[in-house]
Design a protein around this ligand. Structure first.
Ligand SMILES: O=C(O)[C@@H](CO)OP(=O)(O)O
Length: 249
C-alpha cells in the first residue's frame, strides 16, 4: 500500500513581499501569492491529484491558498480542518521586522541562526505585547502553556506532532487522500519528522511558496519518495530566493 500526501506552502504573503518576519501575524496573500495558489492548484489538477480532506492552519494566507487550490481542483466540497498546530513557527519579537534590515543590524549569521537554527529560538515576546497570541480570540481555548512567546523549529515540531499522531496520520491510514496547506517552517517541521532529517541538514532546507510537495508513504507512513511538482531549475531558483531573504541589502 502506498499512500500519497501533498504539502503546500501558502502563496507569497504581503509580508513575504515586504520581506518581514511574519510568524503568527495574520497577513493575507499578495497578488502574486494569489496567482501562485492558482498555479499550485493547476499543477495538482494537471498531475491528476484528488483529495478527500484538507488540513490547514488558522492563518488566512494558508486558508486562502487552500480555498483557491480546492477551487482549481473542483473540490470545494471536501472537509477542511483548521488547526493552530499547523501555524507558522512563532517568530517572537522578530515579528514585523524587515529581514534585510535585521541582517544589516545584527549580521547575516545571527539572522540565519534566528531563521534556521533547529533549537535556538528568536527573542521572546512579553505577555503584555499586542503580538502575544494570548490576546487573540482565535487562541482563547488553548491552555496557557500552549501559547508560544517564541519558537525554534524544535518547538514547532513538538507542537505539530500531536496533530499528526492523533489525527492526520490516522486519516491517511484510513485511506483518505490528504492535502495540507501550511507554512514554510511548519512544513519544514513535518519534513524533519517524516524524513528524519538531521538537526544540521534541516538548516539549509527551504520551502518555496505555492509549489506542491508530494510524499509517497509506505504502510507505516515512512517516506518512499518525495518530489515537488516543479522542474529542478524552477525549484532551485525559488529555494534560493527564500534563502536570500535573510541577506543584508
Ligand atoms: O517570516 C516568516 O514567518 C517565515 C516564512 O515567511 O520566514 P522565514 O523563511 O524567514 O522563516
Amino acid at each position: 500500500m502506498v499512500y500519497k500526501l501533498v504539502l503546500v506552502r501558502h502563496g507569497e504573503s504581503t509580508w513575504n513581499q515586504e520581506n518581514r518576519f511574519t510568524g503568527w501575524t495574520d497577513v493575507d496573500l499578495s497578488q502574486k501569492g494569489v496567482l501562485e495558489a492558482h498555479d499550485g492548484g493547476k499543477r495538482l489538477r494537471e498531475a491528476g491529484f484528488t483529495f478527500d480532506i484538507a488540513y490547514t492552519s488558522v492563518l488566512k494566507r494558508a486558508i486562502r491558498t487552500l480555498w483557491i487550490m480546492l477551487d482549481e481542483l473542483n473540490l470545494c466540497y471536501i472537509p477542511v480542518e483548521k488547526n493552530w498546530r499547523l501555524n507558522e513557527r512563532m517568530y517572537g519579537a522578530l515579528q514585523g521586522l524587515n529581514k534585510s534590515d535585521t541582517a544589516a543590524k545584527y549580521g547575516e549569521n545571527q539572522v540565519l541562526i534566528w531563521r534556521r537554527a533547529y533549537d535556538i529560538p528568536p527573542p521572546a515576546l512579553e505577555e503584555s505585547d499586542d503580538r502575544f497570541p494570548g490576546k487573540d480570540a482565535r487562541y482563547k481555548d488553548l491552555s496557557p502553556s500552549d501559547l508560544p512567546k517564541t519558537e525554534c523549529l524544535k518547538d514547532t515540531v513538538d507542537r505539530f506532532l500531536p496533530l499528526w499522531d492523533e489525527t492526520i496520520s490516522k486519516t491517511i491510514k484510513s485511506g483518505k487522500k490528504v492535502l495540507i496547506a501550511a507554512h514554510g517552517n511548519s512544513i519544514r517541521a513535518l519534513i524533519k519528522y517524516l524524513d528524519n532529517v538531521s538537526d544540521e541538514k534541516i538548516v539549509s532546507m527551504e520551502i518555496p511558496t505555492g509549489i506542491p510537495l508530494v510524499y509517497e508513504l509506505d504502510e507505516n507512513l515512512k517516506p518512499i519518495k518525495s518530489y515537488f511538482l516543479a522542474d529542478n531549475d524552477e525549484l532551485l531558483k525559488a529555494q534560493q530566493a527564500v534563502a536570500n531573504q535573510g541577506k543584508a541589502k
